[in-house]
Design a protein around this ligand. Structure first.
Ligand SMILES: Cc1cc2nc3c(=O)[nH]c(=O)nc-3n(C[C@H](O)[C@H](O)[C@H](O)COP(=O)(O)OP(=O)(O)OC[C@H]3O[C@@H](n4cnc5c(N)ncnc54)[C@H](O)[C@@H]3O)c2cc1C
Length: 417
């Protein structure tokens, strides 16, 4: 039986393991943590949002970013400490501005494709992840931002997404609890939300029952790909596989380097708060639909009756997981401004690193060595896109391995490309 190693038990690694297992391969998933989904797939914004498929590569984002650099509580923070990694990433980000349109349309298509696949996996594994199909509402406080959203809606439409413009009254009808000077909104009824951590852990547990091995608490130090096998090394020893899929979040760049590939992921830090809705008043006052405040770059999800997740901000500061009080405070303030009757007495802060490619597109498919594959770099949309990219990468692995065994039976060696 073909043996494949998957590095990383976040949402991308676990969904990849599901798809590889479905295709009859023997799978070992490695993670340095003792449990699945302990890094970026822990407490994100919860949105399964085709409506958020717009890539960030525009001159408008760059200008906004420069303005925000002068504002201490802005959604974007760039550490002034220079690094080649940051400079190379930002240069490539600018170089991808001409691909803004094509990449936005392609991301929308992938996000739509992922929806049914996510549901299929959850149903098959019987995972309860506080799923809510209640839709996602983008709301705006400036006419200028509404005009931009209209242009984005056209691109999302090219990718197959139906998103409807709303008047302020219609916004109030869809989410009557939302307060603030709102000039309009956009409504995506087909979008949804759910708890990424519950989903990933539930799927991992089910896969383990089906025979997938989870080597947890195993810090992988080296990966080496040759013509005949891939070797994965961690403290307890080395193991050989027919192939490898790298889904190691922000660590994927370092593994890619070992494997002779360049995957220029930058860790873009974001924060979330989970507001515990402990009393009936707060439960009634928190929104039932998922929100996206485009100006503040904040997303929200209602996770069951008693949790309200608020997430946002982008911080360019290398591999740094510190939870800064001055970045959490704006999220709490946002909650108190827009939902004044929700108690913020119990708030759980979190920070995670988005594994972001400069063109904002995930890296999915084969590496230079024919036994090496990637499903990583999903940035701000890993929850939304992972089900679709897992299917794509598993398909690539499956055909490559079949081809290799055909060549082997004909007496050929499996050569690196
Ligand atoms: C604040 C915030 C809000 C977000 N909101 C949304 C949202 O609403 N919707 C959405 O679609 N996306 C959202 N995202 C993005 C999404 O959460 C990520 O894209 C996704 O979780 C990335 O998953 P991953 O599997 O690639 O990485 P991870 O979940 O980080 O998994 C990688 C795994 O690799 C393991 N690993 C790394 N190095 C090693 C090693 N040496 N040995 C063994 N194991 C190793 C790690 O331990 C980790 O478990 C948000 C992100 C943030 C930060």
């Amino acid at each position: 039986m073909t043996r494949i190693a998957v590095i990383g038990a976040g949402i991308t690694g676990v969904t990849t393991a599901f798809q590889l297992h479905q295709r009859g391969m023997e799978v070992v998933v490695y993670d340095r943590h003792r449990y699945a989904a302990m890094e970026t797939s822990f407490a994100n914004g919860g949105q399964l949002s085709a409506s958020n498929a717009e890539v960030w590569n525009t001159w408008a984002t760059v200008l906004k970013g420069i303005k925000w650099m002068l504002q201490s509580d802005a959604p974007l923070l760039v550490s002034p400490k220079p690094s080649w990694h940051k400079i190379s990433w930002m240069t490539e980000f600018l170089a991808n501005i001409p691909k803004y349109r094509a990449n936005t349309v392609e991301t929308t298509r992938l996000a739509i494709k992922a929806r049914a696949l996510h549901m299929e996996m959850a149903e098959q594994a019987g995972v309860d992840f506080d799923f809510s199909p209640a839709g996602i509402l983008h709301f705006y406080k400036k006419d200028r931002d509404m005009a931009h959203a209209r242009r984005v809606t056209k691109l999302l439409g090219e990718g197959g997404l139906d998103r409807r413009e709303l008047t302020p009254d219609e916004v109030a009808r869809i989410e009557p609890r939302l307060k603030g000077g709102i000039v309009g909104g956009f409504w995506t009824e087909s979008d949804s939300t759910g708890d990424i951590h519950k989903y990933t852990v539930g799927l991992a547990q089910w896969l383990e029952q089906q025979g997938v091995t989870f080597a947890l608490g195993e810090d992988v130090t080296d990966v080496v790909a040759g013509d005949d096998a891939v070797t994965v090394t961690r403290a307890s020893g080395a193991e050989k596989f027919d192939g490898i899929v790298v889904s190691a979040g922000v660590a994927s760049r370092q593994f890619a380097r070992q494997l002779g590939d360049r995957v220029n992921i930058y860790p873009v830090k974001g924060y979330s708060i989970t507001v515990n809705l402990r009393d009936t008043r707060s439960q009634d006052a928190a929104p039932m639909v998922s929100l996206l405040d485009d100006d503040a770059k904040i997303v929200t999800s209602r996770l069951g009756r008693d949790r309200f997740r608020i997430a946002g901000t982008a911080e360019f500061n290398g591999i740094n997981r510190d939870i800064r009080a001055d970045r959490i405070a704006p999220l709490v303030r946002w909650c108190e401004t827009h939902f004044p009757d929700v108690s913020t007495a119990s708030v759980v802060p979190w920070a995670g690193l988005r594994p972001m490619m400069p063109n904002m597109m995930p890296r999915v498919g084969a590496g230079r060595n024919a036994r090496v594959f990637y499903n990583t770099g999903h940035g701000h949309l890993g929850w939304t896109l992972s089900a679709a990219t897992a299917e794509v990468v598993a398909g690539c692995v499956h055909s490559a391995m079949r081809e290799s065994s055909n060549l082997a039976t004909q007496g050929f060696r499996f050569k690196s490309v």
